[in-house]
Design a protein around this ligand. Structure first.
Ligand code: CTP
Length: 409
């Protein structure tokens, strides 16, 4: 039977800032992943990007005013039909207009008729983002359940750098998809908390050009960091080797290529952390001596590979926990075998590691590694066991932070 589930309907608002050109990439990601998208630019947005770009990429007409197509009453139709509204970029002006219920164009009028989740991705100069008027507008919007993303830091218009940059379109797309999967996934319940997340795989050098590594892409750890930052946490992301992933907005990234470097970075940042999530794939062994020069093929027998144990970072964190309230989360990628299934091995590992929560992923058959989606179980030291149904890595991340936030309260 063909799948008759209707495609989710997204209203993509675009307001008038230089980052408006990035909305075209977000639009493309949304349409290519099967969403129906109607673009609602403001008049100012059309000074940056032409309506033809939005019409061609969405396959739908583009209008800006409430007096276009009056017999169709478009602001009511569009708002009611939407499963999600995303505004990217959201300028200081559009944040103010939305916060105060203005309805002077099709975008803001449709926001008053929409009852679905709303995701606003601000982009503006740092001074505008930090101005008390904008802070108040953001607080008001968040108090009503509107998701207002933290902007990224980096290059702004002209020569300026600072906070206020539009988050990467791939990141906005992931968070938009998360809100469609689970509308309540981004509460501000980690405000005032410091969390540490490790991600990616470590690489243990054999010589200056070779290493022992693994297939971890870092996507799950990045999703955890991204979701925590958007739930209000101060996030330190300790990153091993990853796929080519953009740094999540508002997150401090510390590079840790080897297990030893990762242990040092995690231990330092965990000192004052409320929660530590070890999502990295840490090599259990490293070559005893990394050769200073490249190992040559030569004609003799291949040199023996002598390995030494790496520290178990997670077990060390549990052993030296600075405060009893600190929540420590581990990950386990398991396959079933003759001794038991994935869940059996997960329960045993939770007991061995002594952490508070353990996310157990089934691997093999293309599951978990290097792919976008993830499923498994969330096991708790107090006996709790939640099945994590198939969904995005951001969805899994939001379930992990639910459990962490519940323990921190
Ligand atoms: N981990 C760690 N330090 C290591 C190895 C693993 O902190 N040297 C962490 C991982 O980040 C993960 C958890 O421990 O959160 C479980 O990783 P896994 O590789 O499954 O654990 P191992 O103890 O290596 O178990 P196994 O014998 O199944 O490989």
């Amino acid at each position: 039977m063909p799948d008759r589930t209707p495609a989710p309907e997204v209203l993509l608002g675009v307001s008038g800032g230089i980052a408006a050109y990035k909305s075209a990439e977000l639009l493309r990601r949304l349409t290519e992943s099967g969403h129906g998208v109607r673009v609602l630019p403001t008049e100012a947005a059309l000074r940056f990007v032409g309506a033809a770009t939005f019409e061609a990429l969405s396959g739908r007409p583009v209008t800006t005013g409430v007096f276009d197509d009056v017999p169709d009453v478009p602001h009511v139709q569009l708002g009611r039909a939407a499963d999600l509204v995303v505004v990217a970029p959201a300028t200081a002006d559009v944040l103010a207009r939305i916060a105060h219920g203005r309805s002077d164009d099709l975008l803001t009028a449709s926001l008053l008729t929409a009852r679905c989740p709303v995701l606003l991705a601000p982009a503006m100069h740092t001074e505008m983002w930090e101005h008390p008027a904008t802070r108040d507008n953001v607080a008001l919007l968040r108090s009503r359940g509107t998701v207002v993303l933290e902007p990224a830091s980096g290059r702004l218009t002209g020569a300026d750098t600072g906070k206020g940059r539009l988050p990467d379109p791939a990141e906005i797309f992931d968070l938009a998809r998360l809100l469609l999967e689970r509308p309540g996934a981004l509460p501000r319940d980690l405000e005032g908390r410091h969390v540490v997340v490790s991600a990616g795989g470590t690489r243990e050098p054999l010589d200056p050009v070779r290493f022992l590594g693994n297939r971890s892409s870092g996507r799950q750890g990045y999703a955890l960091a991204r979701v925590a930052a958007q739930r209000g946490a101060q996030v330190t992301l300790v990153a091993g080797h990853t796929a080519d992933l953009a740094a999540p907005a508002g997150v401090d990234v510390v590079s840790a290529p080897t297990a030893a470097a990762m242990e040092a970075a995690v231990r330092t940042s965990a000192d004052d952390a409320d929660a530590v999530v070890m999502a990295a794939a840490v090599a259990d062994f490293r070559p005893v001596d990394a050769a200073a020069d490249k190992i040559k093929r030569g004609s003799a027998e291949p040199p023996p590979l002598r390995l030494a144990q790496n520290p178990d970072i997670l077990a060390g964190l549990v052993r030296d926990r600075p405060r009893a309230e600190q929540v420590i989360v581990g990950f386990a990628a398991e396959t079933g075998d003759a001794d038991g299934d994935v869940l059996h091995h997960g329960r045993a590992k939770l007991g061995r590691k002594g952490c508070d929560l353990l996310v157990v992923n089934a691997v093999g058959d293309g599951k978990a590694f290097e792919v976008g989606d993830n499923a498994g179980w969330l096991l708790a030291a107090d006996g709790g066991e939640v099945e994590l149904t198939d969904g995005s890595k951001a969805l899994l991340a939001s379930r992990v932070w639910d459990a962490v936030a519940a323990r921190l309260q």
